[in-house]
Design a protein around this ligand. Structure first.
Ligand SMILES: C[S@@+](CC[C@H](N)C(=O)[O-])C[C@H]1O[C@@H](n2cnc3c(N)ncnc32)[C@H](O)[C@@H]1O
Length: 231
């Protein structure tokens, strides 16, 4: 993967970034996503935010090597602190981090969000707590996608602030849009998850030490939901 040839995962994320957007890519690492989008003429400008020094330097190098300093600003910053009011950001991407990390980034700097930005997120796990935060903060989930690459299932969640929205526990777990669409990739993911959760329950039953009842109930609930989904 590089700024010319994105992974399928980032290519699918790129597809949700509106044409002409001013993008803030938080946790940008090499800044492959914003560099690719600017090179294609798909977005107007971008901020690449990084909290760690090595990826920050990698992002600066990508931007410099592609002579994009006028269109992409790279900032060393924690989460949304990378965004400045004058940036006029219209879309924010947060990809390749745990769902809880993305949630914490959004939550700790809520005041930085104007509410006009489209959020494009690709959590590595932790989708449920991320969706919970979106619901609790009045964000409607517009698009969702599951894709499989290198034997990993990735989810993409796109949301915008809309006012109060209510999702059921199952919708928060599976994704409200994904549950409706029931794509082959989505069903295959949950088929694999069902086997894994059933194995976990069987391991609990054989375990030498007592597993807390709440943990057993949590996994049993998930097995029930997944079985119903796939029935
Ligand atoms: C696995 S990389 C993902 C890079 C790229 N977004 C992608 O999807 O390919 C995650 C990056 O997020 C950065 N990161 C983690 N927490 C962050 C935070 N609070 N603020 C900014 N960057 C963060 C890490 O330093 C790391 O470079």
């Amino acid at each position: 993967m590089n700024e010319q040839t994105l992974s399928m995962r980032l290519e699918r994320v790129a597809a949700y970034v509106p044409v002409g957007a001013r993008l803030a890519d938080i946790g940008s690492d090499h800044a492959y996503l914003p560099v690719a989008l600017v090179l294609r003429g798909a977005i107007e400008a971008a901020v690449a935010g990084e909290v760690a020094l090595t990826p920050f330097h990698a992002a600066r190098r990508s931007v410099r090597e592609n002579e994009l300093d006028d269109q992409i600003t790279v900032r060393l910053a924690n989460g949304l602190a990378a965004i400045e009011p004058g940036d006029g950001i219209t879309a924010i991407s947060l990809c390749g981090m745990g769902g809880e990390t993305i949630r914490d980034i959004l939550d700790s700097d809520k005041a930085c969000l104007s509410g006009q930005e489209l959020l494009i997120m690709q959590p590595n796990g932790g989708e449920q707590p991320l969706r919970q935060w979106l619901m609790d903060n009045g964000y409607r989930i517009l698009c969702e996608e599951v894709l499989r690459e290198n034997r990993f299932d990735y989810e993409i969640i796109v949301a915008e602030r809309s006012g109060p929205v209510l999702y059921s526990d199952e919708e928060l777990y599976f994704g409200p849009v994904l549950m409706q669409a029931r794509s082959p990739a989505f069903l295959a993911k949950w088929q694999r998850m069902l086997h894994s959760r059933q194995k976990t329950l069987a391991d609990f039953a054989r375990a030498r030490q007592v597993v807390p009842e709440a943990k057993v109930q949590e996994i049993a609930q998930q097995v029930q939901w997944i079985s119903e989904l796939l029935a």
